[in-house]
Write a protein that binds this ligand. Structure first.
Ligand code: AMP
Length: 467
């Protein structure tokens, strides 16, 4: 049986607060969280819980299993980490003995990036307690992780494959786990983790509390929940299969060959509008990702690539460079679609549409987080129209199709071709400057508040005159 919790903005969107906006009427003190946890939360600068936190925390504290439909950026990590800390705080010990620090809470995530992010949050929220947190994921040496696990840890965040490695070598023992979290469960299923998940869950005592978070509730997710959750409460804070309302979405129809140039235009346009150029650009393949990053660099855009062929160290460095602003365009495959916690990400560009419509929602979930405004731009060529249909069906809305910004015709920015090019007899407007050809077209010039001179005169006098 499934209970549904109050759903303050799941269905209509009529006047409801955005999913990530903190709910002003409730405070963290209302949950009865230990002062050590409240102190850590206050240090994070959180004044009020977000809707997913407001709705989930009381149920988790009460011991219910829970299915949370929450987009990235809604504050879902604290929604499960805070009550987990509260529930296992009674076991906290300052003893050095590993036996006093068995794994009490296990959080499984699909990607290393998400694992690291959840672990960072857990370490922050528990920093005033004696509880220990650790993270284990694949792709890096096991030695250090082995040592951490041997020392003992109460809250473990792990990707499934690496956790099974540690279990296989008897370094990790799940027999005292009381709370299990499946974070971004839909993604774990997409990535083929179901057999690993089943093996892991079978090693955890049946007397446990299980929390499942997923951006979307597909039939497979519901089946997973039926198998492993008991009478879960369902909490939804955003319309299912929808992007945050704070994201402005637009589609530009372009030829596949022109997509790179389109990105340059989009970024130039953002500069001219005084908007941040920081963006994540999604591609479908590792090769395409690396190629696009290099090509953008050649176009003078500070770009970096993050995909599955990069080592963990490289990914971390690239992410840090992106967060510091040294990189303005992070070109990524879906491995980065999840788990990157970049607050106020202003813009996401889909260089290609994903094959799986749900991935589109995850991708654009990188922007418009925690109530901030964001732009999601999709570059769509003819071959992708079917994918666009699938996305629109899933999101239950048509996306606005708009022409690419005509950067050269932005008011105040118009370049006078004659000013830069020496006068060519007979060349007049059309030969003035191939790159500025669009700037010479009448409608754009009109938009820019400029009166074109008669071509012949214009050629002699140096082009257009301002009114
Ligand atoms: P998450 O959905 O867990 O990835 O969280 C998204 C972002 O929201 C993170 O940067 C969190 O630090 C931030 N956040 C989480 N809870 C709150 C809150 N109650 N108030 C303000 N920001 C929050």
């Amino acid at each position: 049986m499934t209970n549904t919790a109050t759903d303050n903005n799941s269905s209509t969107g009529s006047g409801a607060a955005p999913a990530a906006s903190p709910t002003a009427t409730i405070t963290f003190a209302d949950f009865g969280l230990d002062p050590l946890i409240q102190k850590a939360v206050a240090e994070q600068g959180y004044n009020n819980p977000t809707p997913i936190q407001a709705q989930s925390i009381p149920h988790v504290l009460a011991g219910s299993d829970l299915m949370g439909a929450a987009q990235t950026g809604t504050g879902k990590t604290a929604a499960f980490v805070l009550p987990i800390i509260q529930k296992i705080l009674r076991h906290a010990s300052n003893s050095a003995s590993p036996a006093r620090h068995p794994i009490r809470a296990l959080v499984l995530t699909p990607t290393r990036e998400l694992a690291v992010q959840v672990a960072d949050n857990a370490a922050n929220y528990s920093k005033h307690t004696d509880l220990r947190t650790a993270v284990v994921y694949g792709g890096v040496d096991m030695k250090e992780q082995v040592q951490v696990l041997r020392n003992g840890v109460e809250i473990l965040i792990a990707t499934p494959g690496r956790l099974l490695d540690h279990i296989g070598s008897k370094v990790a023992n799940l027999s005292q786990v009381e709370l299990l979290v499946l974070d971004e469960a839909d993604r774990m299923l997409d990535m083929g983790f179901l057999p690993d998940l089943q093996r892991i869950i079978n090693l955890i005592p049946a007397q446990r509390q299980t929390l499942l978070f997923s951006a979307t509730f597909s039939p497979e997710i519901k089946k997973l929940a039926q198998s492993y959750l008991r009478s879960p409460v369902t909490v939804e804070v955003a319309r299912q299969n929808a992007a945050a309302d704070t994201v402005k979405q637009v589609v530009h129809l372009v030829n596949s060959m022109d997509k790179q140039r389109a990105i340059v235009k989009v970024l130039e346009n953002r500069t001219r509008q005084g908007l941040s150029r920081q963006c994540i650009i999604f591609t479908n393949s590792r090769l395409g990702c690396a190629k696009l990053a290099r090509a953008l660099e050649r176009d003078g855009i500070k770009a970096g690539a993050i995909h599955g062929d990069k080592s963990q160290g490289e990914r971390t460095l690239t992410l840090e460079a992106f967060k510091s602003g040294a990189i303005e365009a992070l070109v990524a495959t879906d491995v980065a679609a999840r788990g990157l916690d970049i607050p106020d990400m202003p813009c996401v560009i889909n260089h290609e549409l994903p094959f799986n419509a749900e991935d589109f929602i995850h991708r654009i979930g990188r922007t418009g987080r925690a109530g901030s405004k964001g732009d999601a731009i999709a570059l769509v060529d003819d071959s992708e129209k079917r994918l666009l249909d699938d996305i629109e069906k899933l999101m239950k809305r048509k996306l606005e199709v708009a022409p690419l910004p005509d950067v050269k015709s932005t008011p105040g920015q118009i370049t006078d071709p004659f000013f830069y090019k020496p006068y060519e007899p007979g060349g007049a407007l059309k030969s003035a400057n191939a790159d500025s050809a669009q700037a010479t077209q009448l409608p754009d010039v009109k938009k820019a508040g400029i009166t074109p001179a008669k071509p012949a005169v214009g050629a002699l006098l140096g082009g257009f005159k301002k009114k």
